[in-house]
Design a protein around this ligand. Structure first.
Ligand code: 1GP
Length: 249
């Protein structure tokens, strides 16, 4: 039986500080040596864990994940776009169900295909209710999943989805505006969702500055995810440090 040490670790992170910082590495287009350097910087900058994954994967995940495991002591948590995006060279997996959508393949289909491999690879599954929120532009996750995001102002829709995730036994809720979203998840939606649930709330997509990350934490986010902004920035180490400080509070 899989242990739950990464989930416990994430809860410990929340006991020690305001919120946790998760840095997403998209293996697509991330050459192994670059990923290795990035992972060392992520750890030195003070992030709490690395998420590894993306909507579409055409590169070989195994060598990248194996290198990350060697280079950093931080937990490596898979963030898969589908059941093909698995590797034994990780500690855990966000075992997500795209609960904001009504596409059975992403509600349960991919999860069934992935389950035997998660067991074989001894990955710790972290059951997560994944909710796509309108982010001002069409994002890869919206296109690839064939699901419509929840409108930005519809807190009355988002809240019950998150609560249903909790009642179904999920351990985390992820509010996702989509990688490269023009607009991150609105603060008032974060607050409305947070008020309805007791499980930790992850917020990501389109968070480009430490000040915005801090706003999301103040609104109720327990974990902040950044991806794109670091891939695009030349001074990514300094920026990551600023993010970590802003998020940890
Ligand atoms: C995407 O929430 C993550 O799934 C991160 O988004 O790349 O826009 O930071 P960004």
């Amino acid at each position: 039986m899989a242990s739950s040490c990464i989930l416990k670790y994430l809860h410990e992170v929340l006991k020690k500080q305001n919120a946790g910082y998760l840095v997403l590495i998209d293996p697509e287009g991330c050459e192994v040596n670059r990923c290795a350097k990035l992972s060392r910087e992520i750890e030195r900058a003070g992030a709490d864990a690395i998420l590894l994954g993306g909507s579409l994967l055409t590169t070989d995940l195994h060598p990248i994940a194996a290198t990350l495991k060697e280079e950093t002591a931080l937990p490596i948590i898979l963030f898969p776009g589908d059941s093909m995006h698995l590797t034994p060279h990780a500690d855990a997996i966000l075992y997500m169900s795209l609960i904001s959508g009504r596409n059975p393949n992403y509600l349960i289909g991919e999860q069934v295909k992935a389950a035997p491999w998660i067991q074989r690879y001894a990955l710790e599954p972290i059951p997560t209710g994944y909710m796509l929120i309108e982010g001002g532009n069409r994002t890869a996750v919206e296109f690839m999943s064939g699901t419509a995001p929840i409108p930005r102002e519809k807190h009355d829709i988002a809240g019950p989805h998150a609560l249903a995730a909790q009642y179904l036994g999920m351990q985390m809720v992820y509010l996702e505006a989509g990688s490269g979203a023009e607009l991150p998840v609105p603060n008032d939606m974060i607050s409305a969702v947070k008020a309805q649930i007791e499980i930790p709330l992850i917020v990501g997509g389109g968070i480009r500055t430490p000040a915005i990350a801090a706003e999301k934490v103040n609104a109720g986010a327990d974990f902040i995810v950044t991806g794109n902004v670091l891939e695009k920035s030349s001074g990514s180490f300094a920026l990551m440090k600023e993010f970590a400080e802003a998020i940890h509070g």
